[in-house]
Design a protein around this ligand. Sequence first.
Ligand code: DGL
Length: 288
Amino acid sequence: MTIDELIKAGEYHPGPIGVFDSGYGGLTVLRSLRAALPDADFIYLGDNARAPYGNRSFDLVYHFTLEAVRYLFACGCQLVILACNTASAKALRTIQQRDLPALAPDRRVLGVIRPTAETVGTLTKSGAVGLVGTPGTVSSHSYDIELAKLHPTLRFYSHACPMWVPLVENLEAEGEGADYFVKRDISALLSQDADIDTLILGCTHYPLLINKIRQYLPSHVRVVPQGDIVAASLLNYLRRHPEMDARITQGGGTTYITTEEPDKFSALARVFMGAPVEARRAYTLSEI
Ligand code: DGL
């Protein structure tokens, strides 16, 4: 429907852009989205009470993600970004194809994997690309599938890093324990092909480990975080879909919602966002 048709049908209800992550990681994407769309309103939802998602089963990640999408729709969001690779890998396709047509056919849910896959193919010179991600993202093979479609000549290697998200969520990203796991996992990835020259950080938590990641990577390997890629892709999407652009409220505000303790969330989110944050609590997502 065009925006005029929505208004005539009494169905024009603009709302903020919803940004969902299992915990804090999606704030690295929100920061880029905020910078790219300074006038848009955003709602960030972190399911901190149930994070991490990365080691959970396909079914559970799908159910939690669908609950989060329904919650954000109930908050008025017309567009939701799954700023979580694990949720994008395990839930996005089913939500887009099966749930959305019944739930809210005019609303949209977008993920982070396709825009990232589109971009990395243009960055590598050697043609060998590596991915670090959660066990869920790596075992879903979502990146392999997208890259094979978009850049069929690339050589692609992945390695699951089950300890990286717990290190970030427990504020240990700068600690010595992080050195052990980052060094071990980076060398396991690079041992698959010495020509890897591009590394996808396929988890929104990983930019918080970027100093340690760089420390254990050869200097010529390019590290690709996702925030700016996802922001550029969203700008492009909104240019191509003015009817969705017109359904985003433009107050420049951000609401933060967490399923865990809001004071803890606010303190950490302040570090991510570089500005004061006052989070609110959602005691449960499932009753919406
Ligand atoms: N930050 C999420 C991702 O991008 C997942 C973290 C987790 O909950 O395991 O994959």
